[in-house]
Design a protein around this ligand. Structure first.
Ligand code: GYE
Length: 803
């Protein structure tokens, strides 16, 4: 009732000018009646928080928030009171699907648009509501079940051996209907033993209660399908109270827990350590989405009738990487807390220090940073650093012996997962792998291939604790380095088996890839007709990333046209051919940013100013590299940006610099085309690298940083873009920018600082000013940016050379 009270207060006798203020404010403000269905779960609290933090008074909204306490009758009453109050918009999160026709009819009668959020309503005439935004609950159910199917198949568990109970959500709610339907479909299709479906009302207490009951009733439950995090937490309590173990090892008696939401922190931790096997995300942050709808309606526009939110799948298990559902492929996000046996996913640090576990001999180098290194090195540099036997008179051209002795990355490798180090020998023109358990294998010999150079990568892709080993064979040809004679080696049924990817004649072992290449080139595939510029095991071990260059090569005219093609196999015995999982250009920015190039475009004076200014936002703050930052860094960037550009608007009324979640997201969205999720924002207070903390003022949570006394974060640095290339990507305008970072002569800087004059310079002008010692070049770099239709830029990748 909080909001209602405030409104009333304004009504009864505040002093004259204050009332005239609030009256004019009320006149201007947009009044919204929000009927929230209850407060049953963490998801719901986040959803309410998102609505409250979006529709604030200072943004011109008057939000009337009514909690329906899980009762439809309460929500109907609330809607009727909104109609009486003559609100501008009604937002409804319906507890269940049916029974809304008459009250929505009344709202329509009153001419008040109704926006449905989260769960869906089932009405006879859908003009009774303007539009809906929320999740595809049926798809969520299918995702959880497809994950279960693939995971248990990889574990060799027969479908009929899955004994499943379903702790359903609020019966009749579209979230429950969709998720339950997904399970029932899979159980029917694959013959799973669905023992019981019973509601837990989306609460922890009820989840615990019904799980405890079912553990008594059934003695062979090995999967529990919880329709939200809170039920899962309750179910896990009951499982542990019954002396059982929640986990992924069904064959050894675990009860596998599936869940939905991915909002509750404990549930996410359980997902990281494997107690919850998989969580299908259900995103609660509908505030900004509803605001966009209202803005569209306010401006006379028509929002989409249905707006579905894209959502992720979280797990710590690596066996399942993609879910193919109805022709769509959904990548699975692998979480790790560094404790579970699988290697941690390394994002932008490539610290390769050896990890040692007491008394178990050398635990070793985690391989996947090799993949991440492509973020740091161009392919050519990578070859220089990591390739054995490079070019005829290359560093190691005739090296024989343990390659760990010459290249650190191959030292003390543990390929068979026993914590002991294994050896990779260069012997003759091939390799010999010698494992600590006395087993081993020899590769073919590479002598047939000219100019050889190999890079070896290893990662456990099919989760049997023995690494898959990729040996990529590089050579130099038209257009640059290229791979062939490349294969994956996997330990299958007690033997090391070779899975060729590309043979020495350029033959590709993937019909689907061949098909795609001929479709893309418009002619039948011929070995060697396209350049495979590089290959790597993608960071999360999802598949094999091939960088394919479809560009036309004719003597001097070298056109580059890159695509990232992901091949997938789970290396089971009867594997014959790689599936083409995805192809596209988006990923190349994340895998080989330094190698991709495109068609040069001329830079107009207007564009020159725009790109210089945009890039200077990063050089100004002394940016090093950016390839996917954590929440702390993004929030700190936003804070520094405000300090440098809008200090007067930065709240420091509580003795600290304070920004709300949405303030931060506005800047992060603008410069990085991403945003801080709820869980990111609320993690900002945990050992923040920038002394950042979270504080609550007037019921609102703020991210705060100490007020640095008088120090303004503005560096004598600005960027001049010297080259711009258009990169073909799937989603519109992406550019590679090569730039130099300059500093102004200090006296000049102190006198007038950096401004339009500097940001309007082109590369030529900058060089001549540097020759006159007006400027000095600090360093060079490259970046990949997207340009949106409104002309604004956002950063995808940023790299400084020789800082
Ligand atoms: O999954 C659950 C909440 O309607 C999507 O309701 C929402 C569901 C969510 O209680 O946690």
């Amino acid at each position: 009732m909080a909001f209602t009270v405030i409104t009333v207060l304004a009504g009864c006798g505040a002093d004259a000018d204050k009332s005239s203020d609030s009256a004019s404010q009320a006149a201007e403000s947009v009044s919204i009646g929000f009927s929230q269905l209850g407060a049953e779960s963490d998801w719901r609290s986040s959803n309410s928080m998102s609505m409250r933090s979006t529709f604030t008074r200072d943004k011109g909204y008057d939000l009337i928030f009514e909690d329906g306490q899980q009762k439809q009758s309460n929500q109907i009453t609330a809607i009727r009171s909104f109609i009486q109050q003559g609100v501008d918009y009604i937002v409804l999160a319906p507890v269940t699907q049916d029974g809304w026709d008459s009250v929505l009819g009344e709202a329509k009668e009153a001419g008040i648009p109704v926006i449905i959020v989260d769960r869906m309503v089932e009405v006879s005439d859908d003009s009774l509501f303007s539009c809906w935004v929320g999740s595809d609950f049926h798809l969520e159910g299918l995702k959880a079940c497809e994950w279960l199917r693939q995971y248990t198949t990889a574990q060799g568990i027969a479908p009929s051996d899955l004994h499943i109970v379903d702790i359903q959500g609020t019966i009749g709610s579209s979230a429950q209907i969709g998720r339950t339907a997904g399970l029932e479909e899979y159980a029917a299709r694959y013959g799973w033993d669905l023992r019981e479906e019973t509601t837990g009302d989306f609460t922890q207490a009820k989840g615990r209660e019904v799980m405890a009951q079912m553990l008594v009733t059934y003695n062979n439950i090995n999967v529990v399908y919880c329709e939200n995090d809170n039920e899962a937490l309750g179910a896990i309590e009951a499982i542990e109270a019954a002396g059982k173990h929640a986990g992924g090892d069904i064959r050894n008696g675990d009860i596998l827990v599936l869940s939905f939401d991915g909002v509750n922190e404990t549930a996410l931790e359980y997902c990281m350590d494997g107690t919850i096997a998989c969580i299908v995300e259900c995103n609660p942050l509908h505030g900004p989405r509803v605001e966009n709808i209202i803005k569209t309606l306010e401006s006379g526009g028509t929002p989409d009738k249905l707006e579905y939110v894209n959502e992720d799948i979280f797990t710590s298990h690596k066996a399942v990487r993609f879910l193919d559902i109805d022709g769509e492929s959904y990548p699975v996000k692998i979480l790790s807390n560094g404790e579970n046996s699988e290697p941690e996913v390394i994002s932008d640090n490539n610290d390769a220090s050896v990890k040692t576990a007491e008394g178990e001999g050398d635990l070793v180098y985690e391989p996947d940073s090799l993949g991440a290194l492509a973020m740091e090195y161009s392919i050519e540099d990578l070859l220089t650093v990591y390739a054995v036997n490079m070019i005829e008179d290359g560093k190691y051209s005739d090296y024989q012996g343990d390659i760990g002795e010459i290249i650190e990355a191959y030292k003390n490798v543990d390929l068979n997962g026993d914590g002991k180090s294994d050896k990779i020998y260069r012997s003759g023109k091939g390799y010999e792998f010698e494992f600590s358990d006395g087993t081993g294998f020899k590769t073919g010999d590479y002598s047939a291939s000219p100019n050889e150079g190999e890079i070896i990568e290893f990662i456990d892709m099919n989760e049997d604790n023995v690494d898959e080993i990729l040996i990529a064979h590089y050579t130099f040809g038209t257009g640059g380095p290229g791979i062939w004679d490349t294969a994956m080696y996997s330990y299958v049924d007690g033997n090391w088996k070779t899975f060729p990817i590309i043979d020495r004649d350029g033959k590709v072992y993937s019909f689907e890839l061949i098909e795609y290449i001929s479709e893309r080139t418009g002619k039948p595939y011929e070995d060697g007709s396209v350049r495979f510029a590089s290959v790597s095991i993608d960071e999360a071990g999802n598949g094999i990333d091939l960088l394919v260059d479809f560009g036309h090569k004719d003597g001097p005219s070298q056109v580059y046209d890159y695509e990232d093609c992901v091949l997938f196999s789970n290396y089971d015995p009867d594997f014959s051919n790689y599936t083409l999982l995805s192809h596209g250009t988006d990923e190349i920015i994340n895998t080989w940013p330094l190698d991709i190039s495109g068609e040069s475009v001329s830079i107009s004076a207007q564009d020159q100013y725009a790109v210089n200014l945009f890039m200077s936002n990063f050089s100004e703050q002394g940016f090093g590299d950016y390839c996917g930052w954590n929440a702390d860094k993004l929030a700190h960037f936003a804070m520094e940006w405000m300090k440098a550009n809008k200090l007067t608007e930065l709240d420091c009324s509580h003795g600290v610099y304070a920004m709300t979640h949405s303030d931060i997201n506005r800047i992060v969205q603008k410069y990085f085309n991403t945003n801080l999720e709820e869980s990111d924002f609320y993690s900002l207070g945990n050992n923040n690298d920038y002394y950042g903390s979270l504080d609550k003022f007037d019921g609102e949570t703020y991210y705060c940083e100490p007020v640095a006394d008088g120090e303004m974060y503005r560096n004598n640095r600005f960027s001049i873009v010297s080259g711009m290339q258009k990169i073909n990507t799937d989603h519109g305008d992406t550019f590679r920018l090569d730039f130099s970072v300059y500093g102004l002569d200090t006296d000049l800087y102190d006198e007038k600082g950096i401004g339009k004059e500097q940001y309007s310079l082109n590369a030529e002008m900058a060089v001549s000013k540097a020759n006159e010692n007006i400027l000095y070049q600090a360093y060079e770099g490259m970046a990949i940016v997207d340009r949106s239709p409104d002309g604004s830029f956002s950063l995808r990748y940023y790299r400084i050379y020789n800082e």
